[in-house]
Design a protein around this ligand. Structure first.
Ligand SMILES: *Cc1c(COP(=O)(O)O)cnc(C)c1O
Length: 392
């Protein structure tokens, strides 16, 4: 069964009324016949029918056993971290999502969780850094913002020898592009805010586990710590997921055409896109991903933050904003925006150059998007000459 069919037909029709759209059960509690005798729901922090549809849908899509929904991607990450105890270690990809870095360093460090950041796109680095204290190998692939690709299958094989679990933040790919559980990963995290919901109109997070036992632990944490999404946010996420495959096909096509333009532009230094044959792990991306994704990053020949920020302010269709994955194209400057909490020296060593620009390609026409970038690049370079002329 193709993904779109699988998605649409795993969203049940409401048994009570036949409603084809999932009802929004905006309720906190449920009337019981007798204490403890109910219809499967007793309190909406614990369980809610709208949320249940979303949780079962994402579990099916990722080929996992259990799906658990959270109020944000960060809350989903937080729940997974609560599986650890003081002294446990995480091996994490070095250009990890800034919010995860902040959670690791400013919250979990004081609880005795140690994180070792390495370039997981090189399997040898994982082999060298792993130890019996390693409880999680934390991957983002493709990563944010330099789109590094890590070999999930190989890393999962290494992890097994050390009894450590492989956690994959699958936000950048989505299950339509990549299914980490099929490659041996144990836990999937999603910021559903991004591709899954897809319209930049909701904040939500999801966790999917390969095993039921681990799923029950996450489910326990969801209820015990309470970072649940509301029914309407679950409904928006379900509604978004229905068009996930369709949107991504268009978005990935746009990303490839934009990459073609960028690689031929005289103003651009490096272009980061897993679909480029020059990408370090292009062959791995081709194996483990169905499409190459809709995120593209690039740096300018004129490598300074000022030019990059000017560029990000000079586009019309690419809106200057954090976040990604929505139908409208977005542009951002990771150095001063999404990754500002990471110290400058660490940023530069992990490839987050001063002039790095990250694009989230939307569903607009590729021609309009390319023209938009072209005029923005021309305009910042013309302005620059005007400034330097005046300086003389
Ligand atoms: C946005 C994002 C998150 C955090 O998700 P929120 O929904 O914003 O809390 C986590 N991981 C990645 C890769 C992200 O892009």
């Amino acid at each position: 069964m193709q993904d779109s069919t699988k998605i649409l037909h795993n969203i049940p029709v409401d048994e009570l009324t036949g409603a084809i759209s999932v009802p929004i059960y905006q309720t906190a509690t449920y009337v019981q016949e007798a204490p403890g005798v109910n219809k499967g729901f007793d309190y909406s922090r614990t369980n809610n029918p709208t949320r249940k549809v979303l949780e079962e849908l994402i579990a099916k899509l990722e080929n996992g056993k259990t799906g658990v929904a959270f109020g944000s991607g960060i809350a989903a990450i937080d729940a997974v971290l609560r599986l650890l105890k003081p002294g446990d270690e995480i091996l994490a990809i070095d250009d990890i999502y800034g919010g995860a870095f902040r959670l690791f360093t400013q919250i979990y460090k004081k609880y005795g969780i140690k994180v070792n950041y390495i370039d997981t796109s090189n399997v040898e680095h994982v082999v060298n850094a792993i130890s019996s204290n390693t409880k999680f190998i934390w991957l983002e692939t493709p990563s944010n913002p330099t789109l590094k690709v890590s070999d999930i299958q190989k890393i999962a094989q290494i992890a097994k020898h050390y009894n450590s679990l492989v956690v994959v933040d699958n936000t950048f790919a989505s299950p339509v592009i990549q299914r980490p559980l099929d490659l041996g990963a144990d836990i999937i995290i999603h910021s559903a805010t991004k591709y899954l919901a897809g319209h930049s109109d909701v904040i939500a997070g999801l966790v999917v586990t390969r095993e039921e036992e681990l799923g029950a632990k996450i489910k326990f944490l969801q209820n015990a710590t309470g970072a649940v999404p509301g029914p309407f946010d679950c409904w928006l996420s379900i509604r978004g997921i229905q068009t996930l495959e369709l949107r991504l096909e268009r978005q990935c096509k746009n990303a490839a055409l934009i990459t073609d333009f960028l690689t031929s532009s005289k103003y651009i230094d490096k272009v980061y896109y897993p679909g480029l044959s020059s990408h370090k792990n292009h062959h791995i991306a081709a194996q483990q991903q169905k499409l190459f994704g809709a995120m593209v990053s690039f740096s300018l020949k004129d490598d300074n933050a000022f030019s990059a920020i000017k560029l990000a302010q000079s586009t019309t269709f690419f809106k200057l904003a954090e976040s990604l994955g929505g139908v409208k194209s977005l542009i951002c400057h990771p150095f001063s925006m999404t990754h500002k909490t990471i110290p400058a020296e660490i940023k530069r060593t992990t490839g987050i150059q001063d002039s790095l620009i990250r694009l989230s390609c939307g569903i607009e026409s590729a021609e309009d998007l390319v023209k938009d970038l072209e005029q923005a690049l021309e305009s910042i370079h013309q302005k620059k000459y005007a400034v330097s002329f005046a300086d003389v």
